[in-house]
Design a protein around this ligand. Structure first.
Ligand code: PMP
Ligand code: GLU
Length: 399
């Protein structure tokens, strides 16, 4: 039969975070008093220097095409940033800039995966990885990680997931949705497994790199230099520079991978926005450390409050800006005759009845938890806690 849509697109789901955010914004527009803790978007502003650099680029007419891989000046600034912040050396031609944090990842899967390859993906995972992996023809091999290891993948679990078809492993630290951060020792243990598999790439998504609260972020190639020629770092300006709508991100990769991605991108989209690239150069010199202190206070407020609510259990996230409380105690309960069968129905009812928008863990491969973005003002966090408690105290246990 001649189908209208390709198998490829029919095989993917829309982004749950994106669609829930759109629905929440629609409800707010209709006048509903919603606390939006759904999408992973910081409420603070980009560095002013970055905004001015963007305006300046427009006024100066620096708005034409750039090379598909990005401005040389931006690529140099990113290489410097990685050296200063991560202690890893890259030449500018190993850096490719792209639209947001999403396109770099999409490009990577397209560049390295063939039909039937496997990509090891620890769960809970950010929503777009499985779909991007499938779009490349590869198969996501989900490794379920749970609270006992702070949702981090152990070396044993990684070793068990590797097969002859494994092409890459995805490591996201700090993690979305759990906020977990791999310590140096944990990364060493992961590296020790991977060093023997010379054909496996490591995709290290470091988009929350500056948001680590009780420690410091380390990058795998820093502690394992021998893995640098198989590691592809992806990063972006959306989170730590609060530049979600500017759509700027990048990869740092071995030269052959970087060149392949530049070639792919030259046909797919061309470069990211020229204006955003100029803003990005300024942003790299303007990271505002006070954001980390501020988000740490909000984390403490939210996590402390969640753990006071009977039936909710929430581990303390060491990074990113998400809390990932376990709400399994409420699965099987009812609210005014509506049964909560999973985290999804929990979130639907929480939104409808208490106007708090949260993402169900099912979107990230974990049915017992929900994700709450704490990059919102403190008074809203306090109000959200009241509403969540109000909701959970009304849930009746069915006998
Ligand atoms: N990686 C992770 C882990 C993310 O959480 C996100 C989005 N929040 C992205 C990549 C994509 O970033 P962007 O929004 O800039 O496309
Ligand atoms: N990644 C962010 C989130 O997890 C933004 C939405 C998206 O791109 O998925 O909420």
């Amino acid at each position: 039969m001649n189908k209208r849509l390709s198998e490829r697109v029919m095989n993917i789901k829309p982004s749950a975070t994106m669609s829930l955010n759109a629905k929440t914004k629609m409800m707010i527009k209709e006048g509903k008093d919603i606390i939006n803790m759904s999408v992973g978007e910081p409420d603070l502003q980009p560095p002013l220097t970055a905004s001015y650099a963007g305006i300046q680029a427009i006024v100066n007419g620096q708005t034409g095409y750039t090379p598909a891989a990005g401005l040389a000046e931006l690529r140099e600034s990113i290489a410097k940033y990685l050296l200063n912040e991560r202690g890893i050396e890259y030449r500018p031609n190993q850096i490719i800039s792209s639209a947001g944090g999403k396109q770099p990842l999409y490009n990577v899967f397209q560049a390295i995966c063939d039909e039937g390859d496997e990509v090891v993906l620890p769960s809970p995972y950010w929503v777009s990885y499985p779909e991007q992996i499938k779009l490349s023809g590869a198969v996501p091999v989900i490794v379920r990680c749970d609270e006992t290891t702070d949702f981090k993948m152990t070396p044993e679990k990684l070793a068990a997931a590797i097969s002859l078809k494994t092409k890459a492993v995805v490591i996201t630290s700090p993690n979305n949705p759990t906020g977990s951060v791999y310590s140096e020792d944990e990364l060493k243990a992961i590296g020790n497994v991977l060093k023997d598999y010379k054909n496996i790439f490591i995709i290290s998504d470091e988009i929350y790199d500056q948001f680590v609260y009780d420690d410091k972020h380390v990058s795998l190639p820093f502690i394992f230099p021998e893995l640098q020629d198989r590691t592809i770092i992806t990063n972006g300006f959306s989170k730590v520079f609060a530049m979600t709508g500017w759509r700027l991100g990048y990869i740092a990769a071995p030269l052959d991978i970087a060149e392949a991605i530049a070639s792919f991108q030259s046909h797919a989209t061309g470069s990211p926005s020229t204006i955003s690239q100029y803003a990005g150069i300024a942003a790299l010199n303007g990271f505002d450390q006070s954001m980390v202190e501020e988000y740490k206070k909000r984390r403490d407020l939210l996590v402390g409050g969640l753990n006071q609510i009977q039936g909710i259990r929430c581990a303390e996230p060491n990074g990113a800006f998400y809390a990932f409380p376990n709400v399994s105690r409420f699965i099987g309960t009812t609210f005014e005759d509506q049964k909560i069968v999973d985290a999804e129905t929990f979130c639907q009812l929480l939104l409808a009845k208490q106007h708090v928008s949260a993402v169900p863990g099912t979107a990230f491969g974990e049915r017992n938890n929900i994700r709450l973005n704490f990059a919102i003002p403190k008074d809203l966090i306090t109000e959200a806690l009241k509403r969540i408690e109000n909701f959970t105290t009304q849930l009746a246990i069915k006998v």
